[in-house]
Design a protein. Structure first.
Length: 156
């Protein structure tokens, strides 16, 4: 984090937090504060606590995600080994005592439905001009949705 003590908690100079053009003269009474300035009257202590908790959760989630990824990789390696062993030895299942069975099955899965697959499919079924119009309508001219997120970036 930035340890510059001349900046307030948010890391912005005070002039950018509360632009003087929003309220050239601030009223003294609480009920006289314009509604567009009330959002700045949030308790700073609560906000700092919320940010601290958010950072703790973010760090904890990242550590758990790394652990899950590591376990998934290990499981995939074991998965490949067990499948190869079962196929090579014509073993359709393993009995796991009271826990159940580990069964080797084969499934038919469809190719993923992504932009490339869609483009190839519509080009094979329609004229090139119609295919391009349809593709552009789906992927190029698709409306965008705006979303606000928080992202932590370490300075260290």
């Amino acid at each position: 984090m930035n340890n510059n003590s001349s900046l307030p908690f948010f890391g912005f100079p005070p002039s950018t937090i509360l632009d003087s053009s929003l309220a050239p003269s601030l009223p003294m009474e609480e009920d006289e504060i314009p509604s567009n300035l009330k959002k700045f009257s949030v308790d700073m202590t609560e906000t700092k606590a919320a940010v601290k908790k958010w950072l703790e959760l973010d760090k904890s989630i990242k550590l758990l995600q790394k652990e899950v990824l590591q376990k998934k990789k290990e499981k995939q390696t074991l998965n490949e080994y067990i499948i190869t062993f079962m196929k090579n030895n014509d073993i359709p299942f393993f009995n796991l005592n009271q826990e159940g069975q580990l069964t080797l099955r084969q499934n038919q899965v469809k190719t993923p439905l992504n932009q490339k697959t869609i483009q190839e499919t519509i080009q094979s079924k329609l004229s090139k001009e119609d295919a391009n119009l349809l593709y552009n309508a789906w992927f190029v001219n698709r409306p965008l949705k705006e979303k606000c997120i928080l992202k932590y970036e370490s300075f260290s």
